[in-house]
Ligand binder design. Structure first.
Ligand code: ADP
Length: 175
């Protein structure tokens, strides 16, 4: 039986994440999706919100379980009795970072290996950051995130003063 973890920040979960989780669930007996608390990064959603959205979005996949975690990813893997860390690889830019992460994690725990799945072509340029940028500027992100995420995302963006309804404002700068 091979149990894998798919750790990420999921701020918020996108169609790209869903694609990786779905494909990994088909490859491994059990997939535990780990929502990382990540205190160092400036995030839009709280850990609890990210956990709940991710759990709701992936609820239909029977061999997937969603957990929250803090601390080392290899420790989370050990705690869950998982031997594989799943990550997604998009453009070339992801490679260097994922290689660093994989090698570091392997040094920390040689019993856990990293498996990278290539991004699907239609999600190659999709990231949580892109989703937030587009939503903040009032663009349509309904193809980029699961339906469950759309409402809380737009509420959050509005609360922050974003989403100009897609209108462009020219901002003049005086010396
Ligand atoms: P982190 O901040 O931990 O990198 P992310 O949520 O940004 O968390 O991404 C987690 C993992 O999911 C990474 O391995 C990333 O490459 C992968 N990923 C994110 N978006 C996509 C996508 N559109 N297609 C494939 N993999 C993706």
């Amino acid at each position: 039986m091979i149990r894998a973890i798919y750790p990420a920040t999921f701020d918020p979960i996108t169609m790209g994440h869903v694609d990786i989780a779905t494909r990994a669930a088909g490859l491994f007996d059990e997939l535990i999706v780990g929502v990382y608390d990540r205190p160092l990064k400036n995030l839009l959603f709280s850990p609890e919100e990210r956990y709940q959205m991710t759990r709701d979005v992936l609820a239909g996949i029977p061999n997937v379980r969603v957990e929250r975690y803090a601390g080392l990813t290899v420790e989370f893997a050990r705690q869950q009795n998982a031997t594989v860390i799943v990550r997604g690889l998009r453009a070339v830019s992801d490679f260097e970072w994922e290689l660093q992460l994989a090698l570091t994690n392997r040094n920390l725990n040689p019993d856990v290996d990293t498996v990278c799945l290539m991004a699907s072509q239609k999600y190659l340029f999709l990231s949580s950051s892109v989703v937030k940028e587009v939503a903040f500027a009032g663009g349509d992100v309904s193809d980029m995130v699961p339906e469950i995420v759309l409402k809380p995302l737009l509420e959050k963006i509005r609360a922050l003063g974003g989403d100009g309804g897609g209108k462009v404002r020219t901002i003049s700068v005086r010396d």
